[in-house]
Every structure is written in structure tokens, then in C-alpha cells.
Write a protein that binds this ligand. Structure first.
Ligand code: SDX
Length: 433
């Protein structure tokens, strides 16, 4: 790749004066470059989309410098403290918090869709018992579209709303089935008398042999964890859902694409990787060695749960997750938990280290979530599935917003081609007649 020249200031000013500057409600303005190629014969170049807005959206706003996260304008701190996950689902889907009647109706509708078609259980039987739950989730959620031919018209708002309800309601059931399948224990059917999180915890941890009594502190903690994971504007998996949806694919296929993308260790797979990293560090005395590995450019090791494309200040979710972690460990009498204490010390040391300060690397949402999920009795290979359970509402809200957006068209990025020039196939390869 060769660098031809830089755009000089007056050229740039001239160029930009031809391109509209658009302003949103809050946050950076954008240069509308839709006519750039037509005007200049050039593309923009932005691997990883570090400076590129792929869409306009009114769902979530992040200020990475100030560590601000708003869902439909409400600060995450207030939502996590004052709302339930289903209230936040309603907010993300509809743009406003529900009133007393609306939330009762919404909860009842979700409850009535928590069961999955019984034939879906057959999909599990094709997997080995030690299959990673995310592999099974990709299959099972993708398969949902095979059962719901009745409401796949993406141009119908009614169909889109029903798909959103079905996904929010059924993903927890599928997540719990993934866990039960790996243990050889029977699947648990949802119970309509239980709340969303109580139902999930019973399907995950209950058996047909006992009455499951949910612990209210743990239920509240998990409800908050789902709120913290519900949405995060145009992250990799949400952008994947939008790109898949832009082709007209059905919502189940699009959410499946998001689940697959979330699985990566640089994204939603980080929570599982954080716990593995803490267990590998093992003791406070080893922290310095791992901090040095993370700083060593020749070593691919990164401090999992640290850093973020957008947050160059503390991820507000990490603070709330640390509080929840402490509450759960105290409730369970695990406040002396070795892993939690190791995580606190690693965080303290990293935040005082010049490398992390200079590169603005702070703990992100995944840093403490693994510890609290572990304390809640969730196996580490289920952590990303839990992330997907929380994020399903964000994915489907963005998918719905995109389908309804009059500006939306199939996503089709261009490239900077660095391959071979046009050339002819050598004679020796030309088929002899
Ligand atoms: C999530 O986008 C979202 O909103 C995602 C998410 C959501 O809710 O959807 O918030 C969820 O994915 C959180 C992130 C979970 N991932 C991890 O915890 C994995 C560890 N973190 C890194 O892989 C990394 O920080 C990323 C992927 C999160 C961000 O990567 P960027 O923005 O591409 O930044 P970068 O890789 O260019 O890093 C900038 C510099 C680099 O050094 P230089 O090349 O400039 O010398 O910081 C260094 C990196 O080497 N760096 C790290 C580091 N993260 C970045 N060094 C050590 N340890 C780390 N964790």
C-alpha cells in the first residue's frame, strides 16, 4: 500500500465545503460523504470504522471521554438502579419507559412466549455434550426462523414486533437449554408464575426433582447485569446484525449473526477470557509478570477486560458491575473470594501503570462480569451466552430501527485494492483442446 499524498488544508477545506456536515442531538457532528466518490473518484479508508458513523440512531448514546452511557437519553446508572430489565427492554424497543399498565402487559406478553417449539430440542441432540454453548446458540436461534413462518414479513411492523417479543422471550430458554444439555440434566420448562430472571435461574439451576427457590438478591443482581449488557450503540455485533438485516434477512438469522460475532474474545467472549486470565494469574505475586506481558508488543497477550474502542475513560458499566459483584459475593459469604480480590488488585495496579494511563485503558463491562457470573453459579463457558441474552434486545431494537429507516440500503463497503494488476493466464495453463 503506498501513501500518495495528504489532502492539503485548503484542498480539505474545499472538499469539506462540498460535503454536508450533519449534527445529531449530542455528540460529534458527521461529514456526510455519500457523494464523495461521485465528486472525487476516491473512497474514504477507515479499517475498523474508528472514525466512521454507519447510520443514524436514536437508541443509545456513548461519550467515551466522559464515560457516559445513555439508553434513549436515560443514564445507565439510573436505569440500573431504578428499573427492571424488562422495563429497559420496553424502553429500548419503544423509545419511552412503560407506565404501570404498559409494563404489566409487556411482562405478560413476554411470559407467554418463553416456551420454544418442542421439536427444537432435537437440534441439541446433534451436538456433543461438550459443545461450546455459543455454537449451540448459533444453531438454535438460527433455527427459530424455521418455526415462525407466520411472522417473517420484515416490512410489517406487527411482524417485526412479534419477532422481537419471541426473541427476548425465548433466548433465555435456549441459553438455559444449552447449559442443561451440557450437564446431561433434563431441560426445564418455563413457569409463567415466575418473573423473567426467576424463570431463567430456575431453568438454569432447577431440576424436576426439587422446588427451585430463587434468591432475591441474586435475581436482582442478574437483572442488573442484563440491563448493563442490553445495548451499546454500533458495537461489532450490533453492526453485524444491522449489516445482515440490510440484505432483508429475517430477524432470527440477523440475531444469529450477532451471536456469532459476539463470541470473539475481543468482544463478548472477553468475560470468559477474563476469568481464565485471572485463574492463570492465580496470585497477586504474578500480577507484575502479566502486566509486563500485556505491555510487551512482541507478546500477543492482552489484559482481558481492559480497553475499549470508545471508552477512553472508565466504562460506567464496569463500575456498576464491580458494585454488583461485591453485593453478590457478600450475599453468598464469598467477600474473601480470591479471584475477586485478585481482580481488584490487578485493576489497582493497572490503573497506576503509565502504559495503561497513556493508552487510556480502563476496565470494561467484561472485567467484573465473569466474576459475578461465576459467583452466581454460571459456568464460564456460558458467560458469553449470558451476554447475548442481555444484548438480544439491543440487537433487535437496532434491527427494527434500521428496517424502518428510509435511508437504509443494503450495506456494501468498498476497499483499497492492493492486489495484482490485470494479467493474462500463461500459455502453459491454457487448456489444450
Ligand atoms: C466489548 O464496542 C463495544 O461497545 C463493545 C462492548 C459492547 O458492550 O458491545 O463494550 C463489549 O466488547 C468490551 C471489550 C471486551 N474486550 C476485551 O476486554 C479484550 C481486551 N481489549 C482489547 O482487545 C481492546 O482494548 C479492544 C478490542 C477492546 C479495543 O481495541 P481497539 O479499540 O482496536 O484498540 P487497539 O487494539 O487499537 O488498542 C490501542 C492500543 C494498542 O497499543 P498500540 O498499538 O497503540 O501500541 O492499546 C493497546 C493496544 O495494543 N491495548 C491493550 C489492550 N487493549 C488495547 N494492551 C494491553 N491490554 C489490553 N487489553
Amino acid at each position: 500500500m503506498t501513501k500518495l499524498r495528504s489532502v492539503t488544508l485548503n484542498e480539505k477545506t474545499q472538499l469539506l465545503s462540498e460535503l454536508p456536515i450533519l449534527s445529531g442531538t449530542i455528540g460529534p457532528d458527521v461529514v456526510d460523504i455519500q457523494s464523495l466518490y461521485q465528486q472525487t473518484g476516491m473512497f474514504t479508508y477507515d479499517p475498523g470504522f474508528t472514525s466512521t458513523a454507519s447510520c443514524s440512531s436514536s437508541i443509545t448514546y456513548i461519550d467515551g471521554e466522559k464515560g457516559i452511557l445513555l439508553y434513549r437519553g436515560y443514564p445507565i446508572e439510573q436505569l440500573a438502579e431504578q428499573c427492571t430489565f424488562l422495563e429497559v427492554c420496553y424502553l429500548l424497543l419503544n423509545g419511552e419507559l412503560p407506565n404501570a399498565d404498559e409494563i404489566v402487559q409487556f411482562e405478560s406478553t413476554i411470559t407467554m412466549h418463553t416456551m420454544v417449539h418442542d421439536q427444537l430440542t432435537n437440534f441439541f441432540k446433534g451436538f456433543r455434550r461438550d459443545a461450546h454453548p455459543m455454537a449451540i446458540m448459533v444453531a438454535a436461534v438460527g433455527a427459530l426462523s424455521a418455526f415462525y413462518h407466520d411472522a417473517l414479513d420484515i416490512k410489517s411492523k406487527k411482524d417485526r414486533d412479534l419477532s422481537a417479543i419471541r426473541l427476548i422471550a425465548k433466548v433465555p430458554t435456549i441459553v438455559a437449554m444449552c447449559h442443561k444439555y451440557s450437564t446431561g440434566l433434563p431441560f426445564m420448562y418455563p413457569q409463567n408464575k415466575l418473573s423473567y430472571v426467576e424463570n431463567f435461574m430456575r431453568m438454569m439451576q432447577g431440576t424436576p426433582c426439587d422446588d427451585f427457590v430463587p434468591n432475591p438478591t441474586l435475581v436482582k443482581a442478574l437483572d442488573r447485569i442484563l440491563i448493563l449488557h442490553a445495548d451499546h450503540e454500533q458495537n461489532a455485533s450490533t453492526s453485524t446484525v444491522r449489516l445482515a438485516g440490510s440484505s432483508g434477512a429475517n430477524p432470527y438469522a440477523c440475531i444469529t449473526a450477532g451471536i456469532a460475532c459476539l463470541w470473539g474474545a475481543a468482544h463478548g467472549g472477553a468475560n470468559e477470557a477474563v476469568l481464565a486470565m485471572l485463574e492463570e494469574i492465580g496470585d497477586v505475586s504474578n500480577i507484575a509478570k502479566f502486566i509486563n506481558k500485556a505491555k510487551d508488543k512482541s507478546d500477543p497477550f492482552r489484559l482481558m477486560g481492559f480497553g475499549h474502542r470508545v471508552y477512553k475513560n472508565y466504562d460506567p458499566r464496569a463500575k456498576l458491575m464491580r458494585e454488583t459483584c461485591h453485593e453478590v459475593l457478600t450475599e453468598l459469604g464469598l467477600h474473601d473470594d480470591k479471584i475477586f480480590k485478585l481482580a481488584l488488585e490487578l485493576e489497582r495496579i493497572a490503573l497506576e501503570d503509565e502504559y495503561f494511563i497513556q493508552k487510556k485503558l480502563y476496565p470494561n463491562v467484561d472485567y467484573y462480569s465473569g466474576i459475578v457470573l461465576h459467583a452466581l453459579g454460571i459456568p464460564s463457558n456460558m458467560f458469553t451466552a449470558m451476554f447475548a441474552m442481555g444484548r438480544t434486545v439491543g440487537w433487535i431494537a437496532h434491527w427494527d430501527e434500521m428496517i424502518a429507516d428510509p435511508e437504509q440500503k443494503i450495506g456494501r463497503p468498498r476497499q483499497l485494492y492492493t492486489g495484482a494488476n490485470k494479467r493474462d493466464v500463461p500459455p502453459q495453463h491454457i487448456k489444450r483442446s
